[in-house]
Structure formats: C-alpha cells, structure tokens
Write a protein that binds this ligand. Structure first.
Ligand code: ATP
Length: 430
C-alpha cells in the first residue's frame, strides 16, 4: 500500500487535496495521470453498462435535489452510523468498525467508549442567501435517487419497457465519521450506479445475473480471481427494503473491503417517491394490460475504490538484468497513457519522425513523448505508470523507415514500418 501511495504522489496520480495548506481531512486530488486512470475506470464501466447493451440508458442528474427526495428515500431518518468517543483520548469511531477486543484503536484503552449516538451522514447546506430550515438542502449521498425520480421521464421519452436500466456516474458526499485508507473511504467520492427495473417476479433472476456480470467485469479488467469475492449479506445486515444484497469485495492490504454492492431494492424507492410526490410511478404493460411498480436491482460501485484496487493489483516489482523494475500491469483500457513516443536521443535528426508519429497517434490514443534521459530510464518511467507501449525512433529509422515498438509486460521489441505503426497501435486497443 505504502509503495502504491508513494508512486501516486511521485508520478502525479493522486495528491492530498489543498496540499500546500497541509492537506484537508482525507480529501484527495487526482493529478494529470490519476484523472486519466479514473476516467478510464468510469469509461470502462459505461462501455459495458451502457454502450454495449441495448437495455440500459444513461443519465446525469443534479447533485442538489428537492429535500423531500431524502425524506422519501429514508436518508433523513435512517442514513446514519453509530458514533462513539473514546473517553480517554477523545478520538471518534464508528461503533461497527471497532475491533472485537473492545480496545480503542488510537490509545489502546479498553472499555473507554461513550454510548453510541446516531450520526446522519448527509452534508447539509442552504440554497440561496437565507440560512434557515426552509432553504435547507443536502449534497446527495448517492446517485441512485436521481435515477428514481427520473424514472418516468426516462421511461416515457426513451420508450423503454422493463427489463431496462438507467446508469449514472457522478460525485456523492457522505460525512463519514472515520474516512481513511487513502482513496478507499473519503467524504467526497464518485459512484457508478445503475438501477435495473424489472417485472416483480423477475427480481431474483436479474439479481443473480448482475452479481455475476459485475464480478466478471473486475476480472476482465485485471483483478485476479483470488483477490475478489462475492459476500452475500446476512439477514440482519440487509437494508429494511432489500430482499437480498451481495457485496463484491477486494482483498485490500488491510483486509477484505467493499468494492461494489448489488442490491435487490424491490419496489421500495418507486413506491416511496410515488407516495411523497403524488406522481403515479406505475408501469403499464400494454401486452398484459397490467399496471405494476417495477422491482429494482442495483449494482452500486465506487470509482475511487475501484481505481485503488486496480492500482494495487497492477503494482509489481521485478528484477531485470540486476536492476529493479517497477511496473503497473494495468489493463490496456485503464492505462492512463497508451503509447509513449520516444526518440533514442535528443539529436535533432530524430525529432521530425518522432513528432510526426506523435501527431498521427494523438487523435486516437492518449500519448506521451519524453526526450530527457537515457532510453532505459525513460522505459522505466513509462513502466511504472503502466504505459502499454513505447515507440522508439532511432538512427536506423532514418535508413529503414521503421521504429521499435516495446511492449510493457514482456518488454519484447518489434520492428514496425513507420507507415504501419499508427494502424498497428490502434489495433492493440480495439
Ligand atoms: P461502506 O460499508 O464501505 O461504508 P456502503 O455499503 O455504505 O459502503 P454503498 O452505499 O453500497 O456503500 O455505496 C456503493 C459504493 O459506493 C460502495 O461499494 C463504494 O464503492 C462506494 N462508496 C461508498 N461510500 C464511499 C466512501 N465514503 N468513499 C469512497 N467510496 C465509497
């Protein structure tokens, strides 16, 4: 973990937020390479959830919503964690995260905790200049409710018929009592959520389908099978409205942690919003002549937690010819930079070919060009941020009109004619 966090800071993946002010309470900023990685994680999700399917559409709803939304969803009444204080050292903890020994994780004192108090996790703010209850609003703690309140808008305008889904990616905010473990638990984070609306009898079938599909997505994108598990919730852990929830967990360095939850939410959300808004949120099935409230299966995933899991799984150190090589074996789709175009040296004879290849690749792939330092060191710099291919322009290129393409994991080098190199590299990312 330490090594991944250091790499993130050293190479511009993730910085502490407000760094020059000493950071700010477990908030993080994604730097030039981190923003690419996180965007690729979100895009890979969108590709499999929306682009490659004919039964899911997208949405981008507002972070600020009508306060009644959070009453209807149950967040005002029940979205809270049990908070305890250590009487000895005054540190605060989530009661359900305390060790079984009953010792304070900070000072080690046993049995020093106050009674638990329920602490609502929603960030409250005011809309407009007057700070009173009438103008109170919340930053959304999940993206899901934006989908539920748009159910009718989307269903009618897109003329969709259950089973169908609505997907959304965006920021959510929770005033977590104990954020930490780098980007695993923060107060501002990004979610990738999809609500899949089905005829009530089909709920269990689609639940199994989505648990499997979401598990497979992580494997397809480079998480080893041994680092991932599906954990069904015990009955006493289930939300009051859920008839079944399974978490996809990852073997983080501190233990198993949730990457994503897949929940059967039944008709709870649509029924609540129909009740609170007065809108009819039934679906009318013309074929059967039936009116029903669809049941919902929700795969809800974090983008930051996934990015961390991909980084941890990809991180590798190996010895090559007596030297240590650090390499991020990221899936090609997730790698921040796809190709680095490198002249063998700063010699100006090599510059025109280098910049020609770079500008031909740029419209299709995120590229980097780096001229400073020995070529071996430049390869290592690309390896440690996971760049799948390096193209090297050398003095032979001036004679044979070809370049060397080096592959990250095998370090194998292939000579390719300059005329073919753009097509060759684009094919590697198809
Ligand atoms: P946890 O039990 O870890 O607090 P949760 O069960 O409350 O998580 P959900 O409400 O199911 O989480 O949210 C769906 C996903 O959103 C989680 O699986 C996780 O990937 C992500 N997520 C939730 N809270 C946070 C957070 N504070 N920081 C980063 N990601 C989060």
């Amino acid at each position: 973990m330490e090594r991944v966090v250091n790499l993130c800071k050293r190479r511009g993946l993730v910085f502490p937020s407000s760094d020059i002010y000493g950071g700010f309470r477990s908030t993080w900023d994604y730097g030039p390479l981190g923003v690419l990685l996180k965007r690729n994680v979100k895009d890979a999700w969108w590709r499999s959830m929306v682009q490659l399917r004919d039964d899911v559409v997208g949405l981008d709803s507002a972070i600020l919503m009508h306060p009644r939304v959070w009453e209807a969803s149950g967040h005002v009444a029940t979205f809270s964690d049990p908070l305890v204080d250590c009487k000895q050292c005054k540190s605060r903890f989530r009661q359900d995260h305390l060790p079984e020994s009953g010792a304070c994780p900070n000072c080690g004192t046993k049995g020093s905790f106050t009674e638990a108090r329920q602490f609502n996790l929603m960030f409250k703010t005011h809309v407009g200049p007057v700070e009173d209850e009438a103008n109170a609003a919340y930053l959304r703690p999940e993206t899901a409710q934006g989908i539920f309140v748009n159910f009718k808008n989307v269903q009618t305008t897109s003329r969709l018929k259950p089973p169908f889904g609505i997907a959304q990616v965006g920021k959510s905010f929770r005033n977590e009592i104990t954020p930490g473990n780098f980007i695993f638990r923060t107060r501002e984070f990004e979610q990738r959520e999809m609500e899949f609306f089905v005829p009530p009898a089909d709920g269990p079938k689609w639940f199994d389908y989505w648990v499997q599909a979401r598990h497979d997505w992580y494997i397809e994108h480079g998480i080893p099978e041994s680092s991932i598990t599906v954990r069904p919730h015990d009955t006493d852990e289930l939300s009051h409205y859920s008839t079944g929830t399974s978490d996809i967990e990852y073997a983080y360095p501190w233990g198993w942690g949730e990457l994503e939850g897949i929940a059967q939410r039944t008709d709870f959300d649509l029924t609540q919003h129909a009740k609170f808004s007065g809108e009819d949120l039934n679906y009318f099935d013309q074929e059967s002549g039936e009116h029903y409230v669809p049941h919902v299966i929700e795969p809800a995933a974090g983008a930051d937690r996934a990015a961390l899991a991909f980084l941890l799984s990809a991180y590798d150190e190996e010895e090559v010819n007596g030297d240590k090589r650090t390499v991020l074996r990221l899936h090609k789709r997730l790698a921040p930079i796809k190709v680095a175009v490198l002249p063998l040296s700063k010699n100006e004879q090599l510059a025109p070919i280098t910049s020609e290849i770079a500008s031909k690749l740029r419209p299709y792939l995120m590229i980097d060009s780096d001229v400073s330092g020995a070529i071996g060191r430049r390869y290592r710099r690309q390896d440690e941020v996971g760049t799948p291919y390096c193209v090297t322009v050398d003095f032979d290129s001036l004679e044979d009109s070809a370049v060397t393409v080096r592959e990250r994991d095998s370090m194998q080098q292939t000579r390719i004619p300059i005329a073919d190199v753009v097509a060759y590299l684009r094919e590697q990312f198809d």
